[in-house]
Design a protein around this ligand. Structure first.
Ligand SMILES: Nc1ncnc2c1ncn2[C@@H]1O[C@H](COP(=O)(O)OP(=O)(O)OP(=O)(O)O)[C@@H](O)[C@H]1O
Ligand code: SF4
Ligand SMILES: [Mg+2]
Length: 340
């Protein structure tokens, strides 16, 4: 548990999807905490379960036959509430007032035939139940808060008239319209070029501090984690295989998967990767027995690693990894920096 006031505590979250008449596990016991004013990064390759985790918390999995188990305690001003035990009606209120989510591609979440001003106003009216005049004023404040230049002109624009970075700022403004205690940002910068990505990361960090929100920042790019987060969860195949303070996980990664991800971050002046983690995350219906990472792990031992899922082992206070061979792994060595 974080030393600050917790805003969300996820305990043993499990999600199964009904496939061909049987439940197949997609998330297998995900647990983490987010404190107020803290950013937790959730990182992992494509298919590792990052979005399923976010959608399960928001009750937005949509797919009929998705089964959720576990607890996700949101600490509200009025008292704690288990997000997994709420009716859809109650979740509508919670989503409006306490938790907001922003997605990777704003174009799919914005209405192309409505001005962004109208869309922000609608979000405000929905959450604050206020009159249009007040909503317009607040929309102007929000657009200024997310640092959009010339707010009046931007509010009159349609989504296609804005750049990708500006559209993402509109999405952030809409998410903030309910003054959430928790913001879930699912790959909010991956569709943007590097300079704009840096600006949006900077903006999110600034807003999060200013508004004292908890933030879950989902990314497949370990390279951006230390720019935004103080703690990180590394996900693989529906489990958190390592979590801890960002500095510590980067300096002394314990799990072979985390080590592989860190080695594959481009280093030095060229953006070339010196190392690429071989293989890929298996589909949920084809997960191996035992350690989920075993088929890709150079340290796997038949029998030990291939019979049951490894439990999390604490390697330092607040830093844990799911690996059965932690005591036998060699010291971590980074690939040499690319100084070309
Ligand atoms: N409705 C569904 N039914 C069955 N399987 C699903 C469903 N939604 C997602 N999955 C599977 O769950 C796994 C995790 O998906 P998820 O979208 O959470 O990955 P992710 O980590 O967000 O990846 P990405 O970086 O590509 O966004 C994937 O194997 C995906 O195919
Ligand atoms: S438990 Fe075995 S297979 Fe899994 S990460 Fe550790 S060494 Fe590799
Ligand atoms: Mg995703």
């Amino acid at each position: 548990m974080s030393e600050h006031e917790p805003v969300l505590s996820v305990q043993d979250l499990r999600v199964d999807f009904s496939i061909g008449g049987a439940f197949v596990p997609a998330l297998e016991g995900v647990s983490f905490d987010v404190a107020r004013g803290e950013t937790l990064a959730v990182v992992g390759e494509s298919g590792s379960g990052k979005t399923i985790t976010s959608l399960a918390l928001m009750n937005l999995l949509g797919a009929r036959g998705a089964r959720r188990q576990g607890r996700a305690i949101l600490h509200r001003a009025s008292g704690p509430v288990d997000l997994l035990a709420q009716s859809e009606r109650a979740m509508c209120d919670i989503r409006g007032a306490e938790i907001a989510m922003i997605f990777q591609e704003p174009m799919t979440s914005l209405n192309p035939v409505q001005t962004v001003g109208d869309q922000i106003c609608e979000a405000i009216i929905l959450h604050e139940k206020c009159k249009r005049k007040e909503a317009l004023e607040r929309a102007g404040d929000l657009v200024a808060l997310v640092r959009m230049p010339d707010p009046k002109r931007q509010l009159r624009a349609y989504p296609h008239q804005l750049s990708g970075g500006m559209r993402q700022r509109v999405m952030i403004a809409m998410a903030l319209s309910c003054s959430p205690r928790l913001l879930i940002a699912d790959e909010p910068t991956t569709a943007l070029d590097v300079t704009i990505q840096a600006q949006i990361l900077w903006l999110l960090r600034e807003l999060q501090e200013k508004l004292d929100m908890g933030m879950i920042f989902v990314t497949h790019d370990l390279g951006v984690v230390n720019q935004v987060a103080s703690r990180v969860c590394v996900m693989y195949s529906g489990q958190i295989v390592e979590q801890g303070p960002v500095r510590q996980v980067f300096d002394t990664p314990s799990h072979p998967y985390t080590r592989g991800l860190i080695r594959s971050i481009p280093r030095g002046r060229s953006a070339a990767r010196l190392y690429a983690l071989p293989g890929r995350v298996p589909p949920i219906a084809a997960r191996p027995r035992g350690c989920l990472f075993a088929p890709r792990c150079q340290h796997a031992l038949d029998g030990l690693c291939t019979t049951e899922r490894p439990a999390p082992v604490e390697v330092a206070p607040g830093h844990a990894a799911r690996c059965k061979r932690l005591d036998h792994l060699p010291a971590f060595e980074r690939a040499p920096a690319d100084v070309a």
